[in-house]
Every structure is written in structure tokens, then in C-alpha cells.
Design a protein around this ligand. Sequence first.
Ligand code: 13P
Length: 333
Amino acid sequence: MQRNTKLYETVAALMASGKGILAADESDGTAGKRLAMVRLENTPENRQDFRELLFTAPDIEKYLSGVIMFDSSIRNETDDGVLFADVLTAKGIVPGIKVDRGTRALQGFKDEEITQGLDDLDKRFAEYYDLGARFAKWRMVVTIDEDKTPTYEAVRMNCVMMTRYAQLAQAAGIVPIVEPEVIHAGDHSLEKAELETTRTLQILFQTLQEYRVDLAGLILKSSMVLAGDRYQNQTSAEEVAQATLRTFHMSVPHETGGIVFLSGGQSPKRATENLNAIAKLGAQPWPITYSFSRAIEEPFLNAWAGKSENSQKAQEVLLETCKQNSLAAQGKL
Ligand code: 13P
């Protein structure tokens, strides 16, 4: 296996204790949904203002080790003409890039999706590296519907494509984050979520190993193990924490560089409480932290409300949200 110590340095920087990763990598369409929360139009200018406020917030480097961007935002600049990636690098925050191109229906598999984006990925990685990216993200989707989904075939095909992405990332000197998102929406139980998350992660890591991906130079981005949002018996943070760590112990090889969590549509408060409960269960074979999007951006957006007079207040709220999550990642809340 090809080993690249630069990848390990990036993993170590991203997984530094007391820090996490901001996922600000919404596609232009999804960024529009965030802006709609504060009644702003989805224009390039408003998307720039949104990201510029996030990335230039004073002191965020105390709590953020990395920021994931989208293709249009890694090419974007501040009003002063500085590339966002350079703003982050100057603060000691590692710039990252989402490289998948979303999901499409998987023919023959009702309600299941395949992630696309492998075409020319080697060339895209070379360009992103030049723009400053040192890690990347690829997301696949797993939806639980009783015994109908997920199917082995859909999960396996997604894992093969995700593995190809991970190979290309590592060859380009970029740390791959692999993100199999088990969707929280649904009426499944915690036990069912645990079973399907464990199966998915087992298939993913088996595939990564078959194709000789260097797990020490890779980060897993996982859902927390949660009962579906429409399930009648919602569980405590302690139960979520136990189920989530049991899942990882059944499926994630110890040499894996780290594990980060997506928030998955939980309220910001609940995402932070669950993270804290997980960390409270003590040291694990892998460093573990957060890589939230909505759970970090929502309080910021509410404080900003799209008004320039609220900018400073919104940046203070962002800093406080990151601080609370960084404390939670250490079990200190
Ligand atoms: P959420 O934290 O909003 O789930 O987003 C994380 C992410 O990166 C989804 O791909």
C-alpha cells in the first residue's frame, strides 16, 4: 500500500483535540434553503456574504480545525479579494472540498439512490489541491424503510464508488472523508438504525480494505445512531451514545484516522447533547469530533437574519456554538 505521511499530518490537524469541522459545503441549491430561513434570495452575492461572515469570524480557529466548501465557494473571494481557502489557511484552518455531485435514482431499486461524481475526479482533485484543499468529502445516502431498504446491492455499489473516490483523493495528497449518511427521517427504531448503520459501515470498510485504501489517511463521517424522527419512542442521549459506539466497535477498524459526526437534522441542542454523551463514554480507538452543518449554521443564521447590523452578533453566536460543540466533543458539558 502507498503511504503518504502528508495525509497523516492533515488527519492529525483535522482531528486535533477540542476542535471540529464546519460543513459549509451546501450546493448552490441547498445554500438557497439556508438563505430562505432568513428570507434572503439565493443570489451569488448573498451566498458570498453568508460564507464570508462564517469564515472571517474572529477566533473560530480556536474551535474549528477544518471547513468543507462547495465548488463555487472554494473559488469565491471576500469583498477584499482574498480567496476563501486562503482566509482559512491563514487562520490555520484546513480547507476542504465536497466533490460528489449529488445523488440520482438507482434504477431497479425503488427509493434508493446512487452518488455520482467520479468523472474526471483525478483532474478535479489536482485543481482543488492547487486552490488549497487538503481534504475532501463524498456522501452516500442510506434510507431505512422497514425491510425494503437499504438493500445490500445499493449499499455495495455506493461503497465501491466511494472507495474509488477515496483512492483518487489519497493519490492526489488529499484526505478523503467518507460519509455514508443513514437518514434520520423515518419511523424506524433505534435498534433498526443500529443494525443498518453497522451493516453499512461493515460493507464500506470491507470495500475500502479490499481496494487497499490507507485507512490511517482517511476519516469517517457518520450519522449518530438515532431512532427515526417519527418513531414513537425517542431515546435518551445515553442510549444514543451506547448504540453509536457499539456500532463503531463492530465495524470501524482501529487504524482509521478519525470519526466525525454529521448532525442530520437534529436540533442544534440535541446534536450537542448527544455528542457530549458519546464523549463521556471515554477514550476510543479513534479520535471523535463533530462536522456539523445545520447544527452550527442555524443559530448563526437566526442571529444574522440577513442584516448587516447583526453581522458581529452572528459571528459571536457562531463562535459560541463552535465552543459548545468543542466542549461536547471532549465530554465537558
Ligand atoms: P448536517 O450536519 O446538516 O447533517 O450536514 C452535514 C453534512 O455534511 C451533510 O452532508
